[in-house]
Design a protein around this ligand. Structure first.
Ligand code: SF4
Ligand code: SF4
Length: 163
């Protein structure tokens, strides 16, 4: 598995998490969405993203054409110029920012373009999305990025200890 960040707590439980996710893939527990969405609400109720910012510091969102249009308009740039200035195409053939931390992350962890941020930023870390079963690989990777995801996975392991 590709490790994509530096969030250290997940390193300790990486092997255990990989085994747990392998069991999830195989057994597909009923009500997985309900459980994960409940844990998402519980964990984000006490998570201060402004004290963290690790997602914006260490990984880039994928940007759609609509994201590029919105951001370019907001910055009063032509989409082609915005793309040339800020983006490149990655190995998955997706537009991503040229660098991390994100060029729009400010020193206090606020996002300079919050109202126009890419859809992938607004949806991160995806633990409240439907069909969580389809997001197992990305969630496992996100344990290395996001302390909240790591906490959600720890709680999932407790709740689903019997699988
Ligand atoms: S656009 Fe905003 S929310 Fe998205 S990575 Fe950059 S700073 Fe973070
Ligand atoms: S890594 Fe997770 S906890 Fe940290 S800012 Fe991003 S979403 Fe919030």
């Amino acid at each position: 598995m590709k490790k994509i960040s530096t969030y250290k707590s997940a390193e300790k439980t990486a092997k255990e998490n990989e085994k747990f996710f392998a069991r999830l893939r195989k057994k597909k527990p009923a009500q997985l969405d309900t459980l994960v969405h409940t844990l998402h609400e519980e964990v984000f109720a006490h998570t201060d993203c402004l004290a963290c910012g690790n997602c914006c510091k260490t990984i880039s969102p994928m940007l759609t054409d609509r994201d590029i249009e919105k951001l370019a308009k907001h910055l009063k740039l032509k989409p082609s110029l915005f793309t040339e200035k800020y983006l490149h195409i990655d190995s998955d053939n997706q537009y991503v920012f040229n660098e991390t931390p994100c060029p729009f992350l400010m020193t206090d962890n606020y996002c300079l373009v919050y109202a126009q941020r890419p859809k992938a930023c607004a949806e991160y870390p995806h633990t409240d999305r439907k069909k969580f079963y389809q997001l197992l690989d990305i969630t496992l990777n996100n344990t290395f990025v996001c302390p909240a995801v790591n906490e959600i996975v720890e709680k999932m392991k407790t709740k689903l200890h019997s699988i």
